[in-house]
Design a protein around this ligand. Structure first.
Ligand code: HAM
Length: 463
């Protein structure tokens, strides 16, 4: 922090505390509850286990295709999104959280991460590496949309980008990876919608024709479309206004106007998908709401979701690196809406694996039992076991009740008699069977009866 910033911060902070203390001293005012900002949510422990499973499975599948994680800041210069996503898009014109950073530069909470990944690629000259960059990310994005089920102002994406190849095999392999991933999560009812939006050359020709077609009909369209018809006619296809849809349905589509190279690229993609038996539906009006796309665009929708049924979207963006000042670099990627994916996974009954139940509930009876109980807990935890050690002395009956409520697999009881004999009681909570086990044998005893713990490097969600 610069000294001037530190001073400003101190002034702001003290003003805040003065206001706050005045407010707190005013006993006549009821204390208002502070709630999460509209469109943002707390994900409580009862929900996060599905999120963890979705993320762990994603990391596993991405690693198997040799993708590596990249983490970019949530805050970016506004210019980054204006230049890449496009100044006529809904995201940039209506949805970004943008603010002036104390009169310095304009900053924006990232509405998506492709622009950030390509910015980082250019900034750190990752193009100098002799290999393709296969990068992935997970994290929050921000768009000021009207909140509803599956649409939030802070939402989460799991995304991946391949930088450095224009081969249609990239498109096919990434789509195959997505099918594998959704399959592993138990999602069945999904459709891949596929299109090509051409390259700079053939699209420019097509857009001229589209502009002409819009001349005749734009007066009957919404105000946004009238503006788009002038500034960026392709964005007319993003229109959600019901009355405009029959007009949009009659407009020429880009797929009929691709140049030879783009046509060949698209047919290689569909051929590759056919060879790998991945089903798709060619959807000629799928242009997606971001300006950087070239050639392949796609979305996967899920029947398990309502109005917001697009689980993920992506495509090619062969000119983006140049737009951001980098060398010509083809790119292809996708982003999954994690909030929506979680909803879809939950609704098809493929909930979390039971990796989060307590494995061992350690009951210590009498203060002299706490030390050996804590020692055993530490040992088992170091093996990745999920262990609960009560903080307070509790009667046996009550402790057993808690172990039951926690769905613990085993209860280990350490009391006076166990300390004297050097053998602890171990109760299998599902069968009620009880055995005596020496502390040094405990880890092995549990290993024989439970799935491997995290400490074995296998992960607690082993299925
Ligand atoms: P996008 O289509 O804008 O693409 O977003 C991808 C996914 O994020 C959507 O399919 C949806 O599931 C989810 N999503 C978008 N907005 C919201 C929201 N307000 N609430 C909940 N979920 C939402 C991109 O972001 C591109 N960066 C994808 C990409 C990567 N293209 C190439 N590489």
């Amino acid at each position: 922090m610069k000294p001037t910033h530190r001073l400003e911060f101190a002034i702001h902070y003290s003003l805040f505390t003065i206001e706050n203390s005045q407010f707190q001293n005013d006993v006549t005012k009821p204390i208002q509850l502070i709630r999460a900002v509209k469109g943002t949510r707390d994900l409580l422990p009862s929900e996060t286990s599905v999120w963890q499973r979705v993320e762990e499975e994603a990391r596993r599948v991405l690693a198997s295709y040799n993708f590596h994680e990249i983490r970019t800041p949530v805050l970016e210069p506004t210019e980054l999104f204006a230049r890449s996503v496009g100044t006529d898009t809904d995201i940039v014109t209506k949805e970004m959280y943008t603010f002036q950073d104390r009169g310095e530069e304009s900053l924006t909470l990232r509405p998506e991460a492709t622009a950030s990944v390509v910015r980082a690629y250019v900034e750190h000259s990752l193009y100098n590496s002799d290999r393709l960059q296969k990068l992935y990310y997970l994290g929050p994005m921000f768009r000021r949309e009207r909140p509803q089920k599956g649409r939030y102002r802070q939402f989460y994406q799991i995304g991946a980008e391949v930088l450095g190849s224009e081969s249609p095999t990239v498109d096919v392999e990434v789509l195959e990876m997505l099918f594998a991933y959704l399959g592993r999560l138990g999602l069945q009812d999904f459709r891949l919608l596929l299109n090509s939006v051409g390259c700079g050359r053939c699209r420019a020709e097509y857009v001229k024709g589209l502009r002409r077609a819009l001349e005749d009909v734009k007066a009957q369209m919404c105000a946004d479309c009238q503006r788009r018809a002038e500034t960026n006619p392709l964005r007319v296809f993003d229109c959600k206004v019901e009355a405009d849809q029959p007009i949009i349905a009659r407009l020429p589509v880009i797929l009929d106007h691709l140049c030879l190279e783009c046509r060949q690229h698209f047919s290689s993609v569909t051929q590759g998908l056919d060879e790998r038996q991945l089903r798709y539906e060619v959807t000629p009006r799928l242009v997606r709401g971001l300006d950087y796309y070239t050639r392949t665009t796609f979305e996967i929708t899920s029947g398990a979701l309502g109005a917001q049924n697009s689980v993920l979207g992506g495509g090619r963006y062969d000119g983006l690196s140049e737009i951001l000042g980098g060398p010509p670099t083809p790119g292809f990627g996708f982003a999954i809406g994690e909030d929506r994916l979680v909803l879809a996974v939950e609704s098809c009954g493929a909930g979390p694996a039971n990796g989060q139940a307590v494995e061992v509930y350690l009951i210590w009876m009498g203060h002299e039992a706490l030390k050996p109980a804590a020692k055993l807990a530490r040992r088992l935890r170091s093996e990745g076991r999920r262990v609960e050690l009560p903080y307070d002395l509790t009667k046996l009956k009550k402790a057993m009740g808690i172990a039951n409520k926690l769905n613990a697999r085993f209860a280990v009881i350490i009391g006076e008699a166990e300390l004297a004999s050097g053998r602890y009681q171990v109760k299998d909570m599902s069968t009620g069977q009880q055995e005596e086990v020496e502390p040094d044998r405990m880890a092995g005893f549990l290993r024989d009866r439970l799935a491997p713990g995290e400490g074995d490097g296998v992960g607690s969600l082993s299925r």
